[in-house]
Ligand binder design. Structure first.
Ligand SMILES: Nc1ncnc2c1ncn2[C@@H]1O[C@H](COP(=O)(O)OP(=O)(O)OP(=O)(O)O)[C@@H](O)[C@H]1O
Ligand SMILES: [Mg+2]
Length: 676
């Protein structure tokens, strides 16, 4: 079975998935082995309990109906001046105690008569007994009445002993069961922990390109929900495994009790297995549909939450709500159908099979043990039925788990697919090199997707400390070039040299240590102004205030009562765009990288704030190689060199004055923006 069509890069077979889950499970192998041992212990002990009940009934409670012999032991049953004990080898002075339907009570017959003897006639003090072959024997008897208790009293001690054993077994079962559950859960929680941690480590090693392809929500789902699914798989496997162990143990019990009947019951298994297969198919069909509707509901919800503003502006709430409603109904309908199928084919069917087997057992015993006293058969049957119910329980357990097996397999394959995704290269080596910021792009071509070049033949040099403006129409490749410089993507054609060295020789970590990036959407995190500026460094309050002052952001900070310790909410919702941008400037100034990239960082800012940002930018760009990608040309007017991109190529280059005089594309763009 393969798990395609789940958007995975690879096909995972069930075997492969199980093998990998098993590898994780091996990490807590001792806990698991311990847990399995306990399972065997308590299942076996539970098997003994019905046998004890049988023993108490057969030997003690009803065992009074047997052959007794006279003894000198005065601790035994006392009757009419003599002591009696249950006879084992039928010698000596024998009597037989038997229940008489005619007398409605127990009678004491002189002589030893086995269970094969049935009463033929009773007359006065004489009784005529007849055995299987029809041979008759006559003997005298007395009606025991209440004196039967003398014979019963003897059983009190053994019964108490058996009850004690029964109780001790019960206690051991409770304790081992408890420890078993705890130890197994411990191992399975550890597995989730392991997988979550591995996933998180993986997350940090993925290239940025991964996240541009994969929606964030999906990754989060994988890490939280699907890793839980791996645990589900592990639980399912283990419970199927333990159900199998119980099954085997119950079978051993059945064999001990009556091997012929055990063999016969075994023949019911092909039916059960056939049933399991059919059932699994049906359930999978529903599960797949439920999974699909679930993921569509999640997607819709995420879409709604992300664009709730625009939906409200367009008054599309009702439309969205209707669409959502339909999906919920679809999901609900499938779940209801699944429930019906499950209840009928899962539990009910199993109960039905159980009843059939029980009827079969009754029939079998009826034929086999016709000659035995009814009570003996009754106890054996009751133990047998008890066992059969214990046989059905593990099967029900397996049925129940099959339901989630498929889900867990899908989850696990998603997690493993995530763990198998290609990692970013060059992450490990950290040299701590401080770059000065000489950059050369040489014969650089780039494509995100095969055969679709977005950068062609890029060749230019930047000296340390220069201010470079990048302009061009949307989609012309400006951001892409910067992405390459940041090493978010790996170069395939051409080179980038930094300080005269091929930048691939530096580790990505080194490169990123030396680059500061500011994007249009300033990344602000929940915390304080200080935590956003210091951003993981040990900067002191004074240092933070100092950079804020240099950036020119100190004025707005003083508007907040708590200064740099003022709270910043999630994504900086309580700050203006300009304020957020200034904070990210300050963050970079503190980091002090030799290369700075601003991509549309000033696009959303009003003209007044722009003045502030421009000043801040000057401070920031000082002694740094700075790339500024801007649509608003005033931002890059002061650039040392401006590169104008067109369809992934450098179309014009030069200073603002040069390009302005040239009356080419740049001039046209400039005039369009600042028409006089
Ligand atoms: N992750 C990506 N995968 C595939 N193609 C991409 C990816 N990012 C960008 N592109 C494509 O590469 C081309 C250049 O995009 P890029 O983002 O570099 O343009 P830009 O000049 O920065 O545009 P803008 O001014 O709108 O920001 C576009 O055609 C775009 O569709
Ligand atoms: Mg861009």
């Amino acid at each position: 079975m393969s798990k395609k069509n789940n958007g995975l890069t690879k096909d995972y077979t069930t075997n492969e998935i199980l093998k990998r889950v098993f590898q994780y499970a091996l990490k807590s192998k001792w806990t698991l082995i311990f847990s399995v041992l306990l399972l065997i212990v308590f299942t076996s002990l539970q098997m003994i309990q019905p046998l004890i009940t049988k023993k108490v009934i057969d030997d003690e409670l009803t065992g009074v109906q047997t052959i007794w012999e006279k003894t000198n032991d005065d601790t035994k049953a006392f009757y009419n001046g003599d002591y009696y004990v249950k006879s084992e080898n039928f010698t000596g002075d024998l009597i037989t105690i038997k229940y008489s339907n005619e007398k409605k009570g127990y009678i004491l017959i002189q002589g030893g008569y086995t269970n094969n003897y049935q009463t033929k006639d009773i007359d006065g003090n004489n009784i005529i007994l007849v055995d299987e072959e029809g041979i008759e024997k006559t003997s005298t008897f007395v009606f025991l009445g209440d004196d039967i208790t003398n014979f019963y009293d003897l059983s009190a001690k053994p019964i108490i002993r058996w009850i004690l054993i029964y109780a001790i077994i019960s206690i051991i079962v409770i304790i081992t069961r408890y420890v078993q559950t705890i130890s197994f859960t411990f191992a399975s929680m550890k597995l989730t922990l392991d997988i979550r941690k591995t996933c998180f480590d993986k997350l940090n090693r993925l290239p940025v390109s991964y996240f541009s392809k994969e929606p964030a929500g999906k990754t989060v789902t994988k890490m939280i929900y699907d890793s839980e699914g791996v645990r589900g798989l592990y639980d399912v496997i283990f419970s199927i495994f333990s159900a199998t162990i119980s099954l085997v143990i119950v079978y051993v019990g059945l064999f001990v009790l009556d091997y012929k009947l055990a063999l016969l019951t075994l023949s019911a298994f092909p039916i059960v297995i056939l049933w399991l297969t059919v059932y699994r198919r049906i359930v999978n069909k529903f599960n797949k549909r439920i999974r699909e509707t679930n993921s569509r509901i999640n997607g819709k919800l995420a879409e709604f939450v992300n664009s709730v503003g625009i939906i409200q502006i367009f008054n599309k709430e009702e439309k969205m709500s209707n669409e959502y409603d339909l999906m919920l109904k679809d999901n609900y309908g499938t779940k209801m159908k699944q429930l019906k199928v499950n209840t009928f084919f899962g539990n009910q069917m199993l109960l039905f099979i159980e009843r059939i087997i029980i009827m079969f057992v009754l029939f079998y015993f009826g034929l086999q043990y016709f000659s035995l006293p009814s009570l003996l058969i009754a106890t054996t049957i009751s133990v047998y039925i008890d066992y059969i119910q214990r046989l059905v329980w593990p099967i029900a357990e397996i049925f129940g788990n099959l339901n989630s097996l498929e889900d867990s397999l899908v989850s696990a394959s998603r997690v493993f697919d995530f763990l198998d995704s290609k990692e970013d290269i060059g992450l490990d080596a950290v040299s701590g090199v401080k770059l000065s910021g000489d950059i050369e792009f040489k014969n650089l071509n780039f494509q995100y997707e095969h055969d679709n070049y977005v950068l062609h033949d890029i060749n230019f040099k930047v000296q340390s400390g220069q201010f470079i403006g990048l302009v061009g129409h949307t989609g012309s490749g400006k951001t892409t070039l910067m992405n390459l410089l940041e090493r978010y993507y790996d170069l395939e054609e051409g080179n980038i040299f930094v300080d005269g060295v091929d930048y691939n020789t530096y580790s990505k970590f080194d490169i990123r240590e030396n680059i500061g990036i500011i994007l249009q959407d300033a990344s602000i995190f929940e915390g304080t102004i200080k935590s956003n500026v210091a951003f993981g460094t040990e900067a002191t309050d004074d240092e933070v205030i100092e950079v804020l002052r240099n950036i020119g952001a100190d004025k707005f900070i003083y508007d907040y009562p708590e200064g740099i310790h003022s709270k910043v909410s999630y994504r900086g919702e309580n700050l203006s765009t300009g304020e957020k941008q200034l904070l990210s400037f300050a963050r970079i100034l503190l980091k002090n990288p030799s290369i700075l990239i601003l991509d549309e960082a000033t696009a959303n800012i009003d003209t007044e704030t722009e003045g502030l940002i421009q000043k801040a930018l000057k401070t920031l760009a000082k002694d740094r190689t700075t790339f500024v990608v801007a649509h608003r040309l005033s931002t890059i007017k002061d650039a040392d060199i401006i590169y104008l991109f067109e369809d992934g190529r450098i179309f014009e280059k030069g200073s603002h004055e040069e390009l302005y005089k040239k009356k080419g594309k740049y001039r046209a763009m400039y005039d369009a923006q600042y028409q006089k």
